[in-house]
Design a protein around this ligand. Structure first.
Ligand code: ADP
Ligand code: ZN
Ligand code: ZN
Length: 670
């Protein structure tokens, strides 16, 4: 008698297990293939991870699979291993990692959308006029050379000041890798969706013959499927995407590039809380290929690795464009130059000068809306969100108060809800208020605001950036959306009008984030050579603390000094990257319940070298009516922490509690 053939299958369920199904068809399926099956009362698509001939479950109890997805090539063993690593490291079931990484259309019970995508993929590329590569400067040349000549795995930290031409290094290294191997594929990650069009154009123009696929969360499902398949089938030689692209199936991956590697958006903040940068390093090591991490302000983790020699540091110390220089940074002391509506006279004068010469200015304020809160002078009432421990933000044009955490919206009250006083006033300012004020100050100026509110419609962010590039904007106001990566050619003034708040945050990473944001935004100025008779490029920082060491390093453009100071502090205080952390978070309808659960978790036995801190309420304690608390776990040994977490979580899963909880390994925010 023929023995049973059994498929081990993972499914997108929170259950930490692999499911056995029977196979009774002709050709035996392979691991890496996808299959349609019945799970409970639902039809689902699962991933085959192994084929075997015995099961712990009696064979007559096993269900047969319905059909194997023949039209979808199997994913590689390497890809499954990548997902398995991510699952283990971030403490999630394999199925919850692997299946969501596949486009929905490939996981649907019907194959109509998948078939359509496959058909679309067969269409020829549009003809493109190629761009010619510029001559590299010496620093760029050395960097490219070092990246491509290394054999096997090599982690390169490309530390290049803003405007130093990191993109050109990526392009020419890519060119070499693609030329060497006719199947080679390259993965390029950027931190934000709105940076993909600029880099896509660079890549497509440089490599007109090559299919450049894009992958990010802003794409329609059909488009996403086509692009994912292009990567999976080896048709796309370059895959450009945001963090989620690190989990793409790329069978002939030969190099990974992470632009702006320090950026916090490489860390996923829900579900599988992974770091795309860390997975990139793992993936490069697994495949024995080079990885390039680029930044003007590397993360302290990467900087530390470069200092200890685990990563190779490649430096681009100067701006690439001839005679383009880093802008002078000037600190404006708010106690001396008193601001009117948030703008100092020095800033206003500098804006005027730019307008006279037809140059562009950028006002950076990382706070959208009109004002962060409205308040009553008579009784002290403030516009709080009823569902969160946060204020409702005034959005004046829409005549709404809106919570930026839970999206609750209410009409602006005509008078104080507590005492009836009709005189309720906005406090502080967001981008909309600055825009309004600037328009009053400079009625002739063409002012454009770019933030999450002004770019809600698909394509509107790109439109806005295009108008800036075409020179149709005099003053650009924006949040961090405008700070990163954009190559504005005619911008000679950048002003940060209210950066101080981040200096006193509880989060030990706030300083690092502020420094890199300011460096990034400062880096938008003076990217082209100064025009004859034009203004020298300049960065103005309005602050009450002009003596603060962070601002001093910024003024000197001295990232290495800043990093050295920070790393020293971190080492003394026992903070990452010198220790490894995980954060257990719990939420319930009452804070007490969340704390009880965490207290239970905290008293479970732990080995000596694991430190479990006391549970505390989160700084945004209440979010959308649930009350939240957190518990920090630390160890100086990563493997010890990993081993502990695995056992600990098992006990937490087995405990009969009603509290919602999650774990973040290497938490981004404390
Ligand atoms: P970064 O990403 O380091 O901030 P970019 O890659 O955007 O800098 O480059 C800044 C500018 O320098 C771009 O306009 C780019 O075209 C130009 N550039 C880069 N390399 C060279 C080079 N070797 N010669 C001339 N211009 C260059
Ligand atoms: Zn009142
Ligand atoms: Zn809210």
């Amino acid at each position: 008698m023929q023995s049973e053939r059994i498929l081990e299958i993972v499914l997108d369920t929170p259950l930490e297990r692999i499911f056995d199904y029977k196979w009774s068809g002709e050709t035996l399926p392979k691991p890496g293939q996808f299959t349609l099956l019945n799970f409970g009362r639902r039809e689902m698509v699962g991933l085959i991870v192994a084929v075997k001939y015995e099961s712990d479950v009696p064979v007559e109890k096993l269900k047969p699979v319905i059909a194997v997805r023949e039209q979808l090539n199997p994913v590689s063993r390497h890809w499954i291993e990548l997902c398995q690593f991510a699952a283990d490291y971030y403490q999630r079931p394999l199925g919850e990692v692997a299946l969501p990484a596949i486009p929905k259309n490939c996981r649907a019970s019907k194959t109509t959308a998948l078939d359509k995508a496959l058909k679309k993929l067969a269409q020829p590329l549009k003809p493109i006029v190629p761009s010619t590569p510029p001559r590299l400067n010496d620093a760029q040349q050395t960097a490219v050379h070092k990246i491509v000549q290394a054999k096997g795995y090599a982690a390169n930290l490309l530390y290049g000041v803003t405007g130093s031409g990191k993109t050109e290094v990526y392009l020419q290294a890519a060119s070499e890798i693609l030329a060497r191997d006719s199947l080679a594929q390259i993965l390029v990650l950027v931190p934000e969706i709105n940076l993909t069009p600029q880099l896509f154009d660079h890549l497509q123009n440089r490599f007109p013959e090559v299919f450049v696929a894009t992958l990010h969360s802003g794409m329609a499902e059909g488009e996403r499927t086509v692009n994912w398949l292009a990567a999976h089938l080896g048709k796309a030689r370059i895959i450009l995407g945001t963090r989620l692209a690190i989990l793409a199936s790329v069978p002939n991956l030969k190099m990974i590039i992470i632009d702006e590697e320090h950026d916090a958006s490489y860390k996923q903040q829900e579900g599988l809380r992974y770091s795309a940068r860390d997975l990139a390093i793992w993936r490069a090591r697994q495949l024995d290929i080079p990885v390039v991490l680029g930044s003007a302000t590397p993360s302290l983790e990467s900087w530390q690795h470069a200092n200890t020699g685990r990563y190779t540091k490649l430096s681009l110390p100067n701006r690439a464009v001839d005679s383009a220089v880093l802008p002078a940074v000037q600190l404006i002391d708010l106690s001396k130059d008193k601001p009117q509506d948030g703008l100092t006279s020095s800033l206003i004068a500098a804006l005027k000068l730019r307008m006279e010469k037809g140059e562009q200015s950028l006002i950076y304020l990382n706070r959208r809306g009109y004002a962060p809160v409205i308040a009553c002078d008579a009784c002290g009432w403030m516009s709080s969100c009823t569902r969160c421990s946060a204020f409702l933000v005034l959005h004046k044009q829409e005549y709404k108060l809106r919570c930026h955490h839970c999206s609750l919206e209410v009409r602006i009250p005509k008078s104080c809800p507590t005492c009836g006083n009709a005189d309720i006033q906005p406090l502080g300012r967001g981008t909309q208020r600055v825009e309004e004020h600037l328009q009053l100050l400079f009625p002739q100026a063409r002012i454009r605001r770019i933030d999450a509110d002004s770019t809600r419609l698909k394509g509107s962010a790109q439109d806005a950036f295009d108008t800036v590039h075409r020179g149709e904007v005099d003053i650009l106001i924006g949040t961090q959306m405008v700070a990163k990566g954009h190559d504005f050619k005619n911008l000679t003034l950048v002003a940060a009008i209210n950066p101080d708040t981040a200096l006193f945050s509880q989060d030990y990473r706030a300083g690092e984030r502020l420094f890199s944001q300011l460096m990034q935004v400062a880096g938008r100025a003076g990217r082209a050579a100064q025009k004859e008779g034009g203004n020298a490029s300049k960065v103005l920082i309005q602050t009450r603390y002009p003596q603060h060491p962070l601002y001093k390093s910024l003024k000197m453009h001295d990232y290495p000094k800043f990093a050295k100071d920070c790393l020293q502090e971190r080492q003394q205080a026992g903070l990452p990257p010198f220790v490894f952390q995980a954060m257990l978070r719990a939420e319930a309808n009452e804070l007490q319940k969340a704390l009880e659960f965490l207290n239970y978790a905290a008293q479970l036995p732990a080995p000596e070298h694991i430190i479990i801190h006391s549970p505390i309420p989160m700084s945004l304690m209440k979010l959308a009516n649930s009350e939240r608390a957190q518990l920090l776990v630390e160890s100086s040994s990563r493997p010890a922490l990993q081993a502990f977490l695995k056992e600990w979580l098992q006990q937490l899963r087995d405990s009969k509690n009603r509290v919602k909880w999650n774990l973040e390994v290497d938490p981004a925010e404390i």
